[in-house]
Ligand binder design. Structure first.
Ligand SMILES: [Zn+2]
Length: 344
């Protein structure tokens, strides 16, 4: 099979009807329009399968999965203040998780060198048994679990650059030393979790890395945290797979966040992860999370695809902030050196 970069999608994403809601089908349509105008930047479009129920239930208890199915079959409605489902939402969520799993399958099989799984609803706020923050099933967690349990990967790294803390992913792998979860998120902001002091528990201590940043944080802050914290952590942890919870609500135009990341920032963060992935022989896959300014979402996704694809320019990812490291970077390095001495 040809080894082309892959874009995973499914039309059920458009049928997850949330009504007047920031997380709406128009998000997918905006991305499609932008990528279509760029001829999909060389990515091959693949229709995703629904997730295998056993793979889904390795993360989410069967009773919880059934409760989501029932809520949708019953006509839908609000599961909490901001998480709403419609009759087709269950199918959409099965494909969102299924797309992430299929992406991992293709990456680990070597049929795609890098890939992007773009579906609705997003996933990173969903805990094992609770839908929240527009999320039903934690697609990136299900995909990581699949890599570990079914494919025998020993170590998976998840970088979450959505402006909100990925509390669901954080909780699901809280006591695992097989998943290194690194989250850059605005604080204070919904859902209020993810302080720097939350480093995981038990065997997983040091494998949950929370990097809260203040409102107004820009490309320099996000990219420095990736270059100087996430990348060195990846080198130490040596994952067999790199997943990115790719939300775009840290963009300066986003109505839900107050950060100031630009398309260039997303391209640079992506390139840095792809470069370290190449060093380690770990493929890189992105899973769409948030992003609510339609134009910025679409152009930022396009920038990510470009970052995955462009030949790596070493100068672009190192030496960005010589001598002027944001304080958040130094604080993170200091804290993390307890578990990761090489970061000292
Ligand atoms: Zn978000």
């Amino acid at each position: 099979m040809a080894s082309a970069p892959v874009w995973l999608e499914h039309e059920s994403s458009l049928r997850h009807d949330t009504g007047e809601h920031p997380e709406r089908a128009a998000r997918m349509q905006a991305i499609e329009r932008e990528l279509s105008a760029r001829d999909w930047v060389g990515f091959e479009r693949v229709q995703s399968r629904a997730v295998d129920r056993a793979v889904l239930e390795a993360v989410h208890p069967a009773g919880y999965v059934a409760s989501i199915e029932r809520a949708c079959q019953g006509g839908g409605g609000f599961l909490d203040l901001d998480t709403v489902v419609s009759p087709d939402s269950f199918e959409a969520a099965l494909h969102a998780a299924g797309g992430a799993v299929q992406m991992v399958e293709m990456l680990l099989d070597g049929t795609a060198p890098y890939a992007f799984s773009a579906h609705r609803p997003p996933g990173h706020h969903a805990t094992r048994a609770q839908a929240m923050g527009f999320c039903l099933f934690n697609s990136v967690a299900v995909a990581a679990r699949y890599a570990l349990d079914v494919r025998g990967s020993g170590r998976v790294m998840i970088l979450d650059w959505d402006v909100h803390h990925g509390n669901g992913t954080n909780d699901i792998f809280h006591d695992s030393n097989q998943v290194l979860f690194v989250s850059i998120h605005q604080s204070p902001l919904y859902p209020g979790t993810g302080p720097a002091s939350d480093v995981g528990a038990g065997d997983g201590r040091g494998f949950t890395v929370n990097l809260p940043v203040p409102p107004g944080s820009d490309d320099l802050v996000f990219c420095s945290l990736v270059d100087r914290v996430a990348v060195p952590l990846a080198r130490e942890f040596a994952p067999q797979l790199l997943l990115i919870s790719a939300g775009y609500d840290a963009h300066r135009e986003d109505p839900l966040g107050e950060c100031r990341v630009t398309e260039q920032g997303y391209a640079d963060m992506t390139r840095a992860m792809r470069q370290v992935g190449e060093e380690l022989g770990a493929p890189v896959g992105c899973v769409l999370e948030g992003g609510y300014a339609l134009g910025a979402l679409a152009t930022s996704v396009a920038a990510t695809l470009a970052g995955l694809q462009e030949p790596v320019a070493a100068a672009a990812v190192s030496g960005r902030d010589d001598g002027a490291a944001p304080r958040v970077v130094d604080a993170a390095l200091e804290r993390l050196s307890e578990w990761w001495p090489a970061l000292r």
